[in-house]
Design a binder for this molecule. Structure first.
Ligand code: ADP
Length: 411
C-alpha cells in the first residue's frame, strides 16, 4: 500500500498533471488514492476521500448494481470502459448527481489488487447532446411541417389545375358552339342562295301566270297557281322554321310550352298542309279512332315533328302511292307511325340519317337540307320521346315516334 501513502509522492506526482479524475480503490472498494481533478469533480478537499468506500461517489440507487459489476470486473481483471451501453452517474459531496464517463484499469502491486478509475465529468457533453437532440427534434418537426405545407400546396395546385381544365373545357365548348353557329349561318346563306332559288322562281312564275287569268271563269286555273304558290311558301317557311329550331337548340334558348289540345285538330292541320304537297295519285290514310284524344304536350313541336315526317314521306315517294298515318296510345305512350311506299333509305346510309345536313345518295334529286330529322330527334329526346325507323330501298320506310303522354282525356 505504500505506493499510495501520503508521504509517497510518486502517485501524486504522476496523477496531478492529468485532467481526468483518478480514483484508485482496493479490492474492498475503499478509496486509496485520488488526484486533484477527481477531488474537484466530486467537490472534495485533498485526501478527504481517502479511506472512504467508493459508494460515496455513486448515487444511492446505483449502489447495488455497481457492487455487482465491481465484483465481476475484479475477477476478470482487464482494462475496459465502464458502463458500456448504460449512462453512468456520480454524486458530488453536496449531493448533486451528474453524468460521468469512466475507464477502469485493474492492476496489482505487492500482491494487492487495485482498480484505477479515470473519471470525466460529462455534464457539458450531455447538455450539448441534449441540445443537439432537441435541435434534431425541432428540425424533424420543421421538416414535417414543411412537408405538410408542401402537400397542402400540391393539393391546392391540383385543385387549381382541375378548375383550370374545367374552365378550358367550358371555353372550348363555347368556342365549338360559336363555330357551329357560324357554320350554321354560312350553311344558311349558301342554302338561301341555292335552295330558295327554285321555289322562289316557281312562286314568281305562278304569280305571273295567275295574273294572266283575269276572267271569272278562269278561277280554276287561278286556284291551281295560287295553290302552287302556297305550297312553295309553306316549303320555304318550313326550312326557315327548321333553321330557327337549330339555332334555339344550339344556343340552349329552346323552351317548351305544354298545353292541352285535341290530337285530331293537330293531325287535321298536318294532313291539310300535306295534302297540298301530294303528287299525282298520292293519298294519305287518315288515322282511325283519334277523335277522343285530348293530350297534353308541346303542340308546336308535335306539329313540326309530324309535318317533317309527312313531308318526307310525300317527297321521297312516287306518284300513285299511299302514305299511311297510324296512331296508338298505350301505357301512357303515344305512338305515331308514318308509313310510305317510297324510295327507301340505302342500308349503308341508314346509320347517318339523323346527322345534321346528311342526305342519302338516292335523295339528292329532291330538294332538301338534311336538317329536319336531326331537329325532330333533338326535340323528341328533350321531351322524353324517341324516333326510329325501318326502311328498304325502293320499297318504302316506316318512321315511328313515341312520346310520353300522361294526360289523355276523353273529350
Ligand atoms: P331533307 O329531307 O331536307 O333532306 P331530313 O333531315 O328530313 O332532310 O332527312 C334526311 C335524309 O333522310 C333525307 O335527305 C333522305 O335521304 C332521308 N329520308 C328521310 N325521310 C325519308 C323517307 N321517308 N324516305 C326515304 N328517305 C328518307
Amino acid at each position: 500500500m505504500k505506493v499510495f501513502e501520503k508521504d509517497n509522492n510518486i502517485f501524486k506526482l504522476l496523477s496531478e498533471a492529468i485532467s481526468e479524475g483518478i480514483i484508485v480503490v482496493n479490492e474492498d472498494q475503499v478509496i486509496v488514492a485520488t488526484n486533484g481533478s477527481a477531488n474537484q469533480i466530486f467537490g472534495y478537499n485533498t485526501d478527504e476521500l481517502i479511506g472512504k468506500h467508493l459508494n460515496i461517489l455513486i448515487p444511492k440507487k446505483h449502489h447495488h448494481n455497481h457492487h455487482h459489476h465491481f465484483e465481476g470486473f475484479v475477477s476478470h481483471s482487464e482494462k475496459r470502459n465502464m458502463g458500456k451501453g448504460r449512462d453512468l452517474f456520480g454524486v458530488r459531496k453536496d449531493g448533486t448527481i451528474f453524468p460521468v464517463e469512466a475507464g477502469l484499469n485493474p492492476f496489482a502491486i505487492y500482491g494487492n489488487n487495485y482498480v484505477m478509475a479515470l473519471v470525466i465529468d460529462i455534464t457539458l457533453r450531455k447538455q450539448q447532446e441534449q441540445q443537439i437532440q432537441h435541435l434534431n427534434t425541432q428540425l424533424e418537426q420543421k421538416i414535417e411541417e414543411r412537408t405538410e405545407e408542401l402537400h397542402h400546396t400540391i393539393q391546392e395546385l391540383k385543385e387549381e389545375v382541375i378548375l383550370r381544365k374545367e374552365a378550358e373545357t367550358k371555353t372550348q365548348e363555347s368556342l365549338k358552339k360559336e363555330r357551329d353557329l357560324s357554320e350554321l349561318k354560312t350553311k344558311f346563306l349558301s342554302l338561301v342562295s341555292h335552295e330558295f332559288k327554285t321555289p322562289l322562281s316557281g312562286i314568281l312564275t305562278s304569280a305571273t301566270l295567275a295574273g294572266k287569268y283575269s276572267k271569272t271563269e278562269q278561277q280554276e286555273k287561278r286556284k291551281k297557281h295560287l295553290d302552287t304558290i302556297k305550297n312553295k311558301v309553306k316549303y320555304l317557311d318550313n326550312i326557315l322554321n327548321d333553321f330557327l329550331s337549330i339555332e334555339r337548340l344550339e344556343t340552349g334558348k329552346v323552351t317548351y310550352k305544354f298545353s292541352q289540345f285535341p290530337l285530331s285538330k293537330l293531325i287535321n292541320e298536318v294532313v291539310y298542309d300535306a295534302n297540298m304537297l301530294l303528287k299525282d295519285g298520292q293519298r294519305i290514310n287518315y288515322p282511325k279512332d283519334i277523335d277522343d284524344y285530348v293530350i297534353e304536350f308541346d303542340e308546336k313541336i308535335l306539329e313540326l315533328v309530324l309535318s317533317n315526317l309527312m313531308n318526307n314521306a310525300i317527297k321521297y315517294s312516287g306518284e300513285h302511292t299511299i302514305i299511311d298515318l297510324q296512331v296508338y296510345y298505350e301505357n301512357n305512350i303515344l305512338t305515331v307511325k308514318i308509313i310510305d311506299q317510297g324510295i327507301g333509305i340505302p342500308k349503308k346510309e341508314q346509320g347517318f340519317i339523323f346527322k345534321r345536313y346528311f342526305r342519302a345518295e338516292n335523295a339528292l334529286l329532291d330538294q332538301g337540307t338534311g336538317i329536319g330529322l336531326n331537329i325532330v330527334k333533338s326535340h323528341l329526346e328533350n321531351l322524353g320521346g324517341n324516333i326510329s325507323f325501318t326502311s328498304k330501298e325502293n320499297q318504302g320506310s316506316v318512321f315511328i315516334i313515341t312520346i310520353p303522354i300522361t294526360n289523355v282525356l276523353d273529350s
